[in-house]
Design a protein around this ligand. Sequence first.
Ligand code: XUL
Length: 528
Amino acid sequence: MPRYHLGLDSSTQSLTGVVIDLDTGRVVCSRSVNFSETFPEYGTIDGVLRGADPHIVHAPPRLWLDALDRLLDRMRADGAPFAELDAVSGSGQQHGSVYLNETTTDALARLDPARPLSENLAGIFSRPTAPVWMDASTARPCADITAALAAHGGVIAATGSAATLRFTGPQIRKFWQEDPEAYQSTRHIALVSSFMCSVFSGKIAPIDPGDGAGMNLMDIRERSWHPMALKATAPGLAARLPQLASSGTVIGPVTHYFVARHGFHPNARSVIWSGDNPCSAAGLGLIHAGMVAISMGTSYTYFGTMAACRVDPNGTGHVLGCPTGGYLSLLCFQNGGLARARVRDRYSLDWEGFRRAMASVPPGNHGRLMLPWFDVEIVPAVTRAGVHRLDLDEGDAAGNCRALVEAQMLAMKRHADWMQTPADLIYATGGASEDRSVLQVMADVFQCPVQTAPTTKSAALGAALIAAQATAGITWPELAARFIPADPARRIAPDPSTAKTYKALLARYTAFEHQTLATLRRHHAPDP
Ligand code: XUL
């Protein structure tokens, strides 16, 4: 009886696979293939191709196909139980788009197991490279789409996000504007997720509402293509997009190629993929509204779950469909880990010194505040870098260390307010989550428990869980209990005695931020 589930994560720099065992609640096999290191012949650096224009960032989809064959070979050599596989699903870097010609359906249906995927599918691309989420060359298409949807309630209310440089719709519009002939010869447009899933399925795969929401093309409430958004983007687009289908939809058995070449069970099923952020939400166990994940790497990302669909009126946050149900917000703060390192270095501290400095000042920092916009900021939108202080002397190392960490947490709380869903449990991941004093400020500002996340491969695990939930009849709470069990040793409780202090500080922070943004706007307003 097949009982294993495979989850893949096709990210920017690598392809990762994990196989989970439902009976034991364990990952039994886990492997990654780094794109640029393993396949230097494609000329990518960190998985992407850059040219003279720094705004243009693409990737070659054939590289992902080579990586898929290589990864499955290696996993099999490691003993991955592909012959007992029940289902496979995956996670793709969001927003990237793959352009396919009219030979695609035939080529997918007739994959020859004697030849690698990249050879089988060499002729299907109407555009040899795929723009990926790092591409920021679509300012004009974004302005066009925003203007066209203004008369229809606006792009934010329609699609869950403002028109965003890296989103797929603006990328498609740019392609149509710059190369209408190649657009004409494009029969299908896929996301990274739906492209990879199509390969497993042997036919064009649907897009799920988690990844579909990252396109500025999906009606965020109806979870169907938004006719006006499609019209505002490019002619004949409806015919080129795949269907939208619920997360966890089973497409059918995996195509024969994977049985013959990689030893999959002949009845192993192909389940539709999602974007890496929705998959991470599943892999971190965000299974009910109010559960939040905060990832603290170079930048900080806040994912919050909510039952009903609400959108950020400021357009700085995004709303996606969540594979475990309801909706997921995605807020990206540019001044995250790098800003923290800038403050540490400014006072010539190491991390231990930073921690001690912070601990020497009480929660609330006597009302002193910092807006740590060392770099331009996404949330809130700040186009001019600059650090702003309120009642805080720049020479005061301890005050500045605490102000930085408090400001980062207060900003997240304030800018998730539109969700109207208070956090009741936060999973923290990324470098800064190793610092308990940072997590304590997080727990106190949000007044909710914080738990460090158990896995670094949350997107691949999430994809495997999506496959299991779709095919093995197991509910999300059961899956979460088996694979992401609560661990009291990794939990930090909020200190209730700080609740009043942080409530007052949040109000003060909000006013300070508001006032500073207004001043910036006044001083840097464009000439009339
Ligand atoms: C999200 C985003 C990235 C990509 C790649 O909007 O652009 O997180 O999904 O990881």
